[in-house]
Design a binder for this molecule. Structure first.
Ligand SMILES: NC(=O)c1ccc[n+]([C@@H]2O[C@H](COP(=O)([O-])OP(=O)(O)OC[C@H]3O[C@@H](n4cnc5c(N)ncnc54)[C@H](OP(=O)(O)O)[C@@H]3O)[C@@H](O)[C@H]2O)c1
Length: 268
């Protein structure tokens, strides 16, 4: 086994992980092999990152020490059937497939499979993803550590028990759409006040981005931060009075609850 990392599937998320890997100290593109059936896409990945590609997932299963399972949920069964006879317990499989539990993955890949399950989000593609990580029963602590190190180059990671994955799916998995909806509401509200649409979007987006960055860097308590910005009699306080009087918090909680419920339904 000569290759450090492999990918079953070389789509959007796989490329996001690969792109993060290139930022790791000592990264060697020759240590990566990606299964990609479409020749033009394979050429693009080789040219852009210098990795090896193959049309055959079996070649990845035969050669890579750690493999990211990054196909769509509906393709899992076919890929698993092709690689199950080839994988050994010396290899680690890291699944990012949404909704596929460790138990489902174990059934698909065999009881000896060394598995780590990850729930990433779309922001991984911008190097600012949020990944929840859970080791399967055969995974060693070093396996989880390795996955956290690699995905840590693509944003933040948190290790959580699998029972939390429906909530994670709702909060950080679906979260990018919910935050985009908030940005849309802010931008549309700005446009209603007469701002040009493009400027309203920029003002909304940079305010969300900058606020998140400030909150992370300062570690500020959220309630204290809000109280600090919303000085008595000021503009923010006037707006907060409306926001806090409405159903905003309960709408957000209900949104997350609906997404978590759907996540549980989809995994069966
Ligand atoms: N996108 C997100 O925001 C997000 C968030 C959380 C989790 N996820 C999970 O991440 C996984 C990947 O998502 P994605 O957005 O990267 O999807 P994607 O862009 O569609 O990538 C999946 C890739 O797998 C390839 N593939 C399927 N069967 C294959 C096979 N037998 N051999 C080689 N390649 C094969 C597909 O090729 P073809 O198109 O040619 O079939 C496609 O390029 C999914 O399971 C998804 O649930 C995604």
């Amino acid at each position: 086994m000569k290759t450090a990392f492999g990918f079953f599937g070389a789509g959007k998320m796989a490329e996001g992980i690969l792109s993060a890997m290139t930022r790791l100290d000592g990264f060697d593109p020759a240590s990566v092999i990606m299964a990609e059936k479409v020749p033009a896409r394979a050429r693009e990945l080789s040219r852009k990152y210098g990795v090896r590609t193959t049309p055959d997932v079996a070649e990845v299963a035969r050669t890579a020490k750690t493999v990211f399972l990054a196909v769509r949920p509906q393709d899992l069964a076919e890929v698993a059937a092709a690689v199950k006879p080839l994988l050994t317990d010396r290899q680690l499989v890291v699944s990012i497939v949404a909704g596929k539990t460790l138990s489902v993955l174990r059934k698909a890949l065999g009881p000896k499979a060394r598995l780590v399950r990850v729930m990433p989000n779309l922001a991984l593609r911008a190097g600012e993803g949020m990944c929840a990580v859970c080791g399967g029963r055969n995974a060693k602590p070093a396996d989880v550590k390795l996955v956290k190190r690699v995905l840590g180059a693509a944003g933040r990671t948190v290790e959580l028990a699998e029972k939390h994955f429906d909530a994670v799916t709702a909060l950080s998995g679906s979260g990018p759409a919910f935050f985009a909806f908030m940005e849309l509401a802010m931008a549309e509200g700005g446009a209603k006040l007469g701002l040009p649409r493009d400027a309203a979007r920029l003002l909304a987006e940079q305010t969300m981005f900058g606020t998140a960055k400030y909150l992370r860097e300062s570690g500020a308590d959220l309630k204290e931060f809000i109280a600090g910005v919303a000085t008595k009699g000021g503009t923010t306080a006037a707006g907060m009075d409306v926001l806090a009087a409405g159903d905003f918090k309960s709408t957000v909680a209900a949104t997350l609850a609906a997404a978590a419920k759907r996540s549980a339904e989809l995994r069966g």
